[in-house]
Design a protein around this ligand. Structure first.
Ligand SMILES: NC(=O)c1ccc[n+]([C@@H]2O[C@H](COP(=O)([O-])OP(=O)(O)OC[C@H]3O[C@@H](n4cnc5c(N)ncnc54)[C@H](O)[C@@H]3O)[C@@H](O)[C@H]2O)c1
Length: 325
C-alpha cells in the first residue's frame, strides 16, 4: 500500500483504520490533536515501526506542513469535532476545524496529486423524510438557530469543496457518509457506547424522548472495509457513498438489546431533551441509508448485525476495565 496519511488518527474510526492499514503493510502517518501517550486508542499502534504520529491542529498550516507526505498515495481525512453535545458546546471550532482544516489539506493534496478520502456524515441529509436516502437525496435542514444543523452544514461545505476541486483540477477524491458507527473504544457519549458504559457500571441506560426515533447502527469493522475500498478503488474516484447498515432499529430496541446482551435486569430512564438541552436540540426521526451504490461500486455490504456488534462491544468493554472508569 506504500505510504498513507490519516487525520483524526486517535479517534474511534481513525485508530481502527490505522490498525487495518498497518496489517495490510502500509506505512502510516497519523495526525491528531491529542497526546498520543494519553490515548488508549493508539495502544495497539503507538510503537509500530511503520506508524508515525504528528500531534497538532489541522487548522495550523505549519502542523499540516510537517505532517503531509507528498509521496503518499492517499490521505484519509477524518479529523473533526464529532457528537451533538460537543458541537453544541463549541460551535466555532466545529465549523472552522471542518472548513479551514479541510481546505488546508485539499490544497496540499491537489498540489501533490495525493488522492483524498473525506469522511462525511448521514447528517448531511438532515431530516429528509424520504428514507432510505440515496447519495443524490436532498438535504432537508431546519433553522440556523438550531445547533444540530451546523455539523451537517460544515460537512456539506467540505463536500462542495471536494466536488468543486475534483471537477476543476481532476483531484482524485472520494467521500463516505457514515451512519451511526459504533464499536470497541468509542467515547461513551453516543447511543450504543453510552448505554454500554452505563449498563456495565450498574446504571440504567437513558432513552431520549420516548425512544421511537430510528437509527441504523454500523459496526466499526464493516466501516473500515468500506473506507479502504472507497479510498483505493478506481471506480470510487469522484463519488460519494453511504456507508451504513440499512437495518433500521428504534432507540428503544437498541437500548434494550444492550440490556439483554449485558444480561442485566434494568429499565431505561426516560429523558426529555427539550428540558435537558433547550430549543437548540432537534432530533432526526428516521435515518436510513440506501447502500446499493456502495455494493455496486465498492463491493461493500455491512455484515455485522446490531445484536452481534453490541455483544462484541460489551465483551470488549468487560475485558478493558479502563474503559468503564
Ligand atoms: N462515528 C460516527 O458515527 C460518525 C458518523 C458520521 C460521520 N463521522 C465522521 O467520521 C470521522 C471520524 O469520526 P470518529 O467517530 O472516529 O470520531 P472521533 O471523535 O473519535 O475522532 C475524531 C478525531 O479528530 C480529532 N480532531 C478533532 N479536531 C482536530 C483538530 N483540529 N486537529 C487534529 N485532530 C482533530 C479528535 O482529537 C479525534 O481523535 C469524523 O470526520 C466524523 O465527522 C463519524
Amino acid at each position: 500500500m506504500g505510504t498513507v496519511m490519516v487525520t483524526g488518527a486517535a479517534g474511534l474510526i481513525g485508530s481502527h483504520l490505522i490498525e487495518d492499514l498497518l496489517r495490510r503493510g502500509a506505512v502510516v502517518w497519523g495526525l491528531d490533536i491529542v497526546d498520543p501517550a494519553a490515548s488508549h486508542n493508539l495502544d495497539e499502534v503507538r510503537d509500530h515501526p511503520d506508524f508515525h504520529y504528528v500531534r497538532g491542529d489541522i487548522r495550523d498550516p505549519q502542523v499540516i506542513g510537517d505532517f503531509f507526505r507528498p509521496e503518499a498515495s492517499t490521505l484519509y481525512h477524518l479529523a473533526s469535532v464529532v457528537g451533538v453535545n460537543r458541537y453544541m458546546e463549541d460551535p466555532l471550532s466545529l465549523i472552522d476545524i471542518a472548513i479551514i482544516g479541510t481546505r488546508n489539506l485539499v490544497e496540499l493534496c491537489d498540489r501533490h496529486r495525493v488522492r483524498i478520502l473525506f469522511t462525511s456524515t448521514s447528517e448531511v441529509y438532515g431530516r429528509n423524510p424520504d428514507v432510505p436516502w440515496d447519495e443524490d437525496g436532498d438535504r432537508v435542514l431546519g433553522a440556523t438557530h438550531v445547533d444540530r444543523w451546523s455539523y451537517s452544514s460544515a460537512k456539506a461545505v467540505c463536500e462542495h469543496m471536494l466536488f468543486g476541486i475534483h471537477r476543476k483540477t481532476g483531484l482524485p477524491m472520494s467521500i463516505v457518509r457514515f451512519f451511526n458507527v459504533y464499536g470497541a473504544r468509542q467515547n461513551p457519549i453516543y447511543v450504543v457506547s453510552k448505554a454500554v458504559h452505563r449498563v456495565l457500571n450498574g446504571q440504567p441506560p437513558e432513552l431520549y424522548d420516548g425512544g421511537q426515533q430510528t437509527r441504523c447502527l454500523t459496526h466499526i469493522d464493516d466501516v473500515i472495509e468500506g473506507i479502504i475500498a472507497a479510498a483505493t478503488r478506481p471506480e470510487a474516484v469522484g463519488e460519494v457513498f453511504n456507508l451504513g447498515n440499512p437495518v433500521e432499529l428504534t432507540m428503544e430496541e437498541v437500548v434494550r438489546t444492550v440490556i439483554e446482551e449485558a444480561g442485566v435486569d434494568m429499565e431505561p430512564v426516560p429523558v426529555d431533551t427539550g428540558e435537558r438541552y433547550g430549543k437548540v436540540y432537534e432530533d432526526i426521526i428516521r435515518r436510513v441509508p440506501n447502500v446499493d451504490k456502495a455494493g455496486r461500486l465498492l463491493g461493500w455490504t455491512p455484515r455485522t448485525s446490531a445484536r452481534e456488534g453490541i455483544a462484541r462491544t460489551i465483551a470488549w468493554a468487560r475485558e478493558n476495565p479502563w474503559y468503564l472508569e
